[in-house]
Design a protein around this ligand. Sequence first.
Ligand code: PGA
Length: 251
Amino acid sequence: MSRRSLLYAANWKMHHGPAAARDFLSRFLNLTSPVADRRLWFFPPSISIAAACEASAGRQDVTIGAQNVHWEPKGPFTGELSLPLVAEAGARAVLIGHSERRHLFGETDEQVGRKLAAALKARVTPLVCVGETLAEREGGRTEAVVTRQIGSLLERITPGEWEKVVLAYEPVWAIGTGKNATPDDAAQVHELIRFEISRRGVAHRVPILYGGSVNQGNVLALLAREEVDGVLVGGASLEPDSWAELVGLGA
Ligand code: PGA
């Protein structure tokens, strides 16, 4: 594996409360040492952000993030969390537009764009997800859907601000289903995304992660493609020993 920079992001979804997050990280950090050019990001449930930050303090290669936020900095939005609130808890990154947010909770391109702009304003690094559904892929609409999603992000921020953004291509049909996109499928869409942002004047090489049923068996083939700058992983990131093994495979 080359020495290029790789990002491994663990999306814990609705797993691991504060005690479990602490236990996970103390075990995981014992099993891993920092590796040059390897970044390890964790997205615990928001209630566990502070515990995860405490448990990983001192490890410069680890970043803790939030899975979702509201775009407003404060206000009467019962049940929501703002960027200043998650940042106060220690979050330095935030997942935006994950397909579960878009498809299960009705998040629109417009809302995703507002969250992106708000994250940049709050200096919390956004990891923005895009990707097509199975029906869209089968209908030959992958390119159109991803281009639309990327286009709506481009409307919200300036070309220079892309330096602070990380993207993830997560085909919805591959998330939690055990069906991952082939390295060729992923590389093709990553290239399309890169083309779309560079033709709109973004000079920076924005990292693009792949997500959707990544596991120990397929991660190396995906990372072998130079278009893939890392992985965003749900199910295979939930257990410390096997997650430490997965992030160690490419080291
Ligand atoms: P999965 O989830 O690895 O379980 O498919 C990925 C994600 O939802 O980010």
